[in-house]
Design a protein around this ligand. Sequence first.
Ligand code: BES
Ligand code: MN
Ligand code: ZN
Length: 501
Amino acid sequence: MRLNCEIEKAETIKADLLVLPLFEGTKKLAGLAAALDKKLGGELAEAVAEEKVEGKEGESAAIKTRGRLAAGRVMLLGAGKKPFGPKSARRYAALAAAKARSVRAKNVAVVLPDAVEGGAPAVAVALGEGALLGDYRFLRYKGEEEKKRGETDLESLTVLAADKRQKEALRKGLDRGAIFARGAIFARDLVNEPASVTTPAHLADTAAKLAAAEPERLSVDILDKKKLEELGMGGLLAVAQGSDQPPYLFHLIYRPAKKAKKRIAIVGKGLTFDSGGLSLKPSEGMEDMKIDMSGAAAVLGLFSVIAELAPAVEVHGIAGLCENMPSGKAVRPGDVVKTMSGKTVEILNTDAEGRVTLADTLHFACGLEPDAVIDLATLTGACMIALGQEVAGLMSNSKPLAAKILAAADETGELLWTLPLVNEYRESLKSRVADLKNISGTRFGGAITAGLFLEEFVGRTPWAHLDIAGPAWAEKDAVPYQPVGATGYGVRAMLRLIERF
Ligand code: BES
Ligand code: MN
Ligand code: ZN
């Protein structure tokens, strides 16, 4: 779908569908809606009354214009409560695109409210994001017909601008929003693919291709099993050893044109499939475990657009890639593995594998001496129990870093809540035979004890951990710009954070 911006009036814009916002509590059509209604012989007000539309988000009333306006149809779309800021705009654009699809409109024109909050540029970014993210579909394995319809049905979304100045601001914002959305969509595509496709080798290859496409700004190092052995990454190798798929680690680097003053590392959990290993998962929980590389996919998603965004900081993107499988070669409960840091870990539950791989990748990342390390990981079911399916858990050893992440995620509308790294729980990770064990021995506080485990491997580096087990995947169409499936959670927030860092 193309995103356009035009200086044009609602009466004269050519489109299959013209969408106007209707705010909650509107008793009587006013302003532009009233003016158009007059031209349409009061039919719009009639439709609103008939459909009992009150402006609640997502409600709509539409009529055919039969030549009285340049647009074929006009629709009043519930925009929820005022004020209309980026958060509303993201949802409004996604809903407008969905409504356009439902009436088979190829070209939709969107009117903005008279007053917007947060500035036109920020609203335009959100509009661009919402339209593209909401219209996303994963159709790769659908029949040709459905595929074609999905890809060509909605051709363009045009935002109406009042004048040249507004048009320029909107244009810039839409373009920026498109970059953010494309990053998230890149991640969604990878996560939605079955695990038989997105193997460790495939993700490593994807990283290599991204770097090759931007040779001036990006470089990459792909570490294979032999190299991982040389580095002593016993944690990552132990989790990988039960699978026929060999493990890899990708290390992407973005360098800005002007020498960077800051360096930031983003680490992703890259379990291409998590069966649980010998501590096998029950079948009900296993079918979703292709999403266990959502962290790595987010890193790839952000690197797919970072050169275009061109932030001023140096960014490293790292993920250890492997598959957690049971087999005669698999790591056993009771085994002790030595991580790259030198710390030993007693594996008591092979399903607590993410932290064992991250022990090595976090240690590797901290060795680059960055100003901050942030990991994104579908780490624990416990985090979903604590915060639900739409909110990620944030744990950090640095208050300023956590504050920056919270601010960035608030802007991009990615829900995030802080969990404490409770010192008192640290003891529960002590092992009788090794330096650490990989589970705490109680179900309680499972997201926190996992976070505490990771903290053992970051030393003094300012670090934050995002447990994205819940929001990486949308179970239902609850958020207009998040259709069922992979969400690309974290890509936009990390991009925003990097820009501001
Ligand atoms: N990948 C899972 C966590 C997960 C669960 C992600 C649901 C997405 C949706 C992780 O490797 C895992 O299995 N964690 C265990 C830890 C436990 C054994 C301490 C869990 O949460 O049950
Ligand atoms: Mn697991
Ligand atoms: Zn896992």
